[in-house]
Design a protein around this ligand. Structure first.
Ligand code: NAP
Ligand code: ZN
Length: 353
């Protein structure tokens, strides 16, 4: 049986998000049905609602930082039972047999990852819809376990902001002795600082916003560099093994290259598109440095990150909002006016039409 659920959806790139009802697909034998308690608000939700990347379909229900409780399971489900606290991140399916999938990198599935929203279900061809809704149906392999003891509200952003910053840190084998810098103190950036610090690195923040220093130190940054100040940038020349750049919009990446150490890399996770001004290859070639990109993380890495956060008591710094406040939250996120992630209390959706 399909399930009719309440949600908030964008109907076009220019419409505010508004109440929307739709049918969740009938659960299959290997599906878990989750009652959504909290959903984080990622900048990707905003990019998608407003079609910044040009691939959005409408109506679209955003939300891929989902935490909730299992309310039913299909007969083939072995990993979860009713009552378990679980999460769903940015992907809900993949082919399962290509090389990236076989290695647990489902986000790079060669047949295309199935996104939590705006994806096409591999079996029935319906469009997937995200976590700004009452319930979600997900096959068990794409459901994550939230460790006991973690605050569920603060754990929601781990499902995207957490794993997206965890992946480049782990791929670079960050640990004690590593020097890591994060560009941008937003949802991803603040998780990057917390995770890098917990892995044992010396952590710096590049920010364009004076006034974030105290928060950055509280979150775990050892140093704060104002990226608009040339003398502060010059003072960190040749320092970083890894820079994770979370800035969502086009920006000049050239000033960060001299701050990389030999063999260091700048990993872009925010902006998608041509760099402007163009990236000068000279300092990379001469200095043996690289620029790369990274996309969320696979299911095994996401569970590893959640377990690490459970062990170290790491959650996101959040501001709880009602579903009805989502449009104002988007405007505030555009002004970087959030410390440091909005999380929707889904109980508020019960009051919606
Ligand atoms: P966010 O909370 O809005 O934070 C972005 C931060 O970037 C801001 O707090 C600000 O930090 C800085 N910033 C914003 N606009 C800027 C500009 N025009 N120039 C320079 N700096 C700017 O966003 P988020 O949720 O962390 O997401 C960041 C980006 O990552 C988005 O584009 C999102 O779509 C993308 N994303 C990618 C992945 C992936 O898998 N690769 C996953 C999730 C999200 P300061 O004030 O400190 O400078
Ligand atoms: Zn996200």
């Amino acid at each position: 049986m399909t399930m009719n659920v309440k949600s908030y959806a964008a109907q076009s790139p220019t419409d505010d998000l508004a109440p929307y009802r739709f049918d969740r697909r009938a659960p299959r034998n290997d599906d878990v049905v989750i009652d959504i308690l909290y959903c984080g608000v990622c900048h990707s939700d905003l990019h998608t609602a407003r079609n910044d990347w040009g691939w959005s379909t409408y109506p679209i229900v955003p939300g891929h930082e989902i935490v909730g409780r299992v309310i039913s399971v299909g007969p083939d489900v072995t990993r979860y039972k009713v009552g378990d606290q679980v999460g769903v991140g940015c992907l809900v399916d993949s082919c399962g047999h290509c090389s990236p999938c076989e290695h647990g990198h489902e986000q790079h599935c060669l047949e295309g990852l199935i996104g939590t929203y705006g994806g096409t279900d591999r079996i029935d061809g319906t469009t997937t819809q995200g976590g700004y809704s009452e319930k979600i149906v997900v096959k068990q392999e794409f459901v994550l376990r939230i460790p006991d003891g973690l605050d569920l509200k603060g754990a929601a952003p781990l499902l995207c902001a957490g794993i997206t910053t965890w992946s480049p840190l782990k791929n670079a084998n960050v640990g004690p002795g590593s020097k890591v810098a994060i560009v941008g103190l937003g949802g991803l950036g603040h998780m990057g600082i917390k995770l890098a610090k917990a892995l044992g690195a010396e952590v710096s923040l590049f920010t364009r916003s004076p006034g974030k220093e105290a928060d950055a130190h509280r979150l775990g940054a050892d140093h704060v560099v104002l990226s608009t100040d040339e003398s502060q940038m010059a003072a960190v020349a040749g320092q970083f093994d890894l820079i994770v750049d979370t800035v969502p919009y086009v920006h000049d990446t050239n000033p960060y290259i001299p701050t990389l150490a030999y063999k260091g890399s700048l990993v872009l996770v925010g902006y998608l598109g041509p760099l402007e001004p163009p990236l000068n290859s000279m300092p990379m070639v001469i200095g043996g440095k690289s620029v790369a990109g990274s996309l969320i993380g696979g299911i095994p890495a996401t569970q590893q990150m959640l377990d690490f956060c459970g062990k170290h008591g790491i959650t996101s710094d959040i501001e709880i909002i009602r579903m009805q406040d989502i449009n104002a939250a988007y405007e505030r996120m555009l002004k970087s006016d959030v410390k440091y992630r909005f999380v929707i209390d889904m109980a508020s959706l019960k009051e919606a039409a």
